[in-house]
Design a protein around this ligand. Structure first.
Ligand SMILES: Nc1nc2c(ncn2[C@@H]2O[C@H](COP(=O)(O)OP(=O)(O)O)[C@@H](O)[C@H]2O)c(=O)[nH]1
Ligand SMILES: [Mg+2]
Length: 431
């Protein structure tokens, strides 16, 4: 369990280390983190399931390293591990492709590495090549140089040469990592351009069963942090407290507003549940958006998700809908995915096609890694907000659906659409 004081894993830069068994992946993570957290062993195939290690990595900030099993693993179990390693690609922001200098100088066969390079490039993941165990070629500079040249020829760039066990060359990896952080990840913020420094921003946060006693839910915490970073004044209210708070704020008459003079509050961000009430009592000129739509924008391609929601118009009682949850345990959203959404979709069918039509709609619900490889049997995919996953993960599912020609949307956007408020929401602009 992460504590409230830690950056959630979903918001960290995901750096995965890929390489053959025994190339020193676990040792390298230990060297980079300065801790002995990864299991290092002379016995090949010691790391089985991917291991995640979160840390602050100067100068990047919060990152998570992912230690994987060797991609040359063998046997039935080995193949299973390689599959799990391949799954990691979907969440990886930056990949370190690791070579074992001692092994490669004896046998310079890079077929595994080249195959993985191809997969990483296909997934648009930046690759940093690292040549480990160079201490073993201390006495043989010619061999080391030859190896560096061979890797440069095959992989486009000279590898960073390091010794994980002697902790040499590690700083170079850190600075190259910092320079490689993809722009998209840097932009993984919730509010984008919706707010400006100095804005008064009101958050309407009903405290219901979704919020554990004494705590706030994650999107709210993240939004408050971002607003404070953006030098905004944050006013937090419940739905009942909103009108009272608006009365004590010096709301401006509409004719005083301009591009430079923003309403007070400039923006209201509300929980979707009370959207209607907030919409009706908000001052003129105040922008209005919802937490779930902001979250959708930070996790995925918002225009694609909006388009996906509009595909509801083409559903008929003989259509098939897939509802997908990212977590296997999703107590907070369970009722949305398993009860609320199916009920709303069926009601809509009843209204459009007559009583009883809703029951015919085919709805499958999957969770975790059960997300089907072939989405084509479905007319629409509705994904959860993916609050525990990073943008990369969500984007890989969105692009899979797009490649297969299946509209995809998510809980927040589809609920806004079904409630008839999507067109009243001010959407953050995403480039
Ligand atoms: N000489 C030397 N040995 C290393 C280095 N890095 C790792 N090793 C050794 O290589 C073996 C495999 O390391 P490990 O980190 O478990 O590899 P993994 O299977 O890729 O995770 C261990 O015996 C390590 O001590 C290095 O830089 N130099
Ligand atoms: Mg290992």
């Amino acid at each position: 369990m992460t504590s409230l004081n830690e950056t959630p894993r979903a918001n960290r830069l995901h750096i995965a280390i890929f390489g053959k068994r025994n190339s020193g992946k676990s040792s390298l993570i230990n060297a980079l983190t300065g801790q002995n957290i990864a299991l290092v062993s002379t016995h090949a195939g010691t790391t089985t399931d991917p291991v995640y290690k979160s840390m602050e990595l100067h100068p990047i900030g919060p990152v998570v390293f992912i230690d994987t099993a060797g991609f040359d693993d063998e046997g039935d179990l080995g193949r299973l591990r390689v599959e799990k390693t391949a799954e990691v690609i979907k969440k990886t922001d930056v990949a370190i492709l690791l070579f074992d200098a001692a092994a490669a100088s004896d046998n310079p066969d890079f077929s595994f590495e080249l195959d993985w390079k191809k997969q990483l490039i296909a997934a648009k993941i930046p690759i940093i090549t690292v040549l480990n165990k160079v201490d073993q070629l201390d006495q043989n500079h010619a061999a080391l140089e030859k190896l560096q040249q061979e890797i440069a020829d095959e992989f486009g760039e000279a590898p960073i040469s390091v010794s994980a066990t002697k902790k040499e060359g590690i700083a170079a990896i850190r600075s190259i990592l910092a320079a490689t952080v993809p722009e998209e990840v840097r932009r993984e913020r919730i509010l984008n351009d919706l707010v400006r420094p100095g804005d008064v921003v009101m958050l309407v946060m009903p405290q219901d069963i979704q919020a554990p006693k004494g705590r706030l839910i994650l999107p709210q915490v993240q939004t408050i942090r971002e607003l404070l970073d953006s030098r905004c004044t944050v006013v937090c209210v419940t739905s009942q407290g909103m009108d009272g708070a608006l009365k004590i704020l010096p709301t401006l008459p509409a004719n005083k507003l301009s591009d430079d003079v923003r309403q007070i509050p400039a923006v209201i961000i509300t929980d979707s549940q009370c959207f209607k009430q907030v919409y009706e009592s908000k001052p003129q000129g105040t922008l209005l958006t919802s937490f779930s739509v902001l979250l959708a924008a930070s996790k995925g391609d918002l225009p694609a998700l909006v388009e996906g929601a509009e595909a509801i118009e083409s559903l008929t009682p003989s259509s098939a809908v897939l509802i997908a949850e990212a977590c296997t345990h999703a107590p907070l959203t369970e009722d949305i995915g398993r009860e609320k959404l199916p009920r709303m979709l069926r009601q809509r069918m009843d209204q459009t096609f007559g009583e009883g039509s809703g029951g015919k709609l085919h709805i499958d619900i999957v969770s975790g890694s059960d997300f089907p490889k072939d989405l084509r049997p479905y007319d629409l995919v509705i994904h959860c907000g993916a609050c525990m996953f990073n943008r990369k993960y969500m984007m890989s599912r969105i692009s899979q659906a797009q490649l297969q020609g299946v509209p995809i949307t998510n809980y927040g956007v589809v609920l806004a659409y079904l409630n008839g408020i999507l067109d009243k929401i001010d959407l953050p602009v995403c480039e």
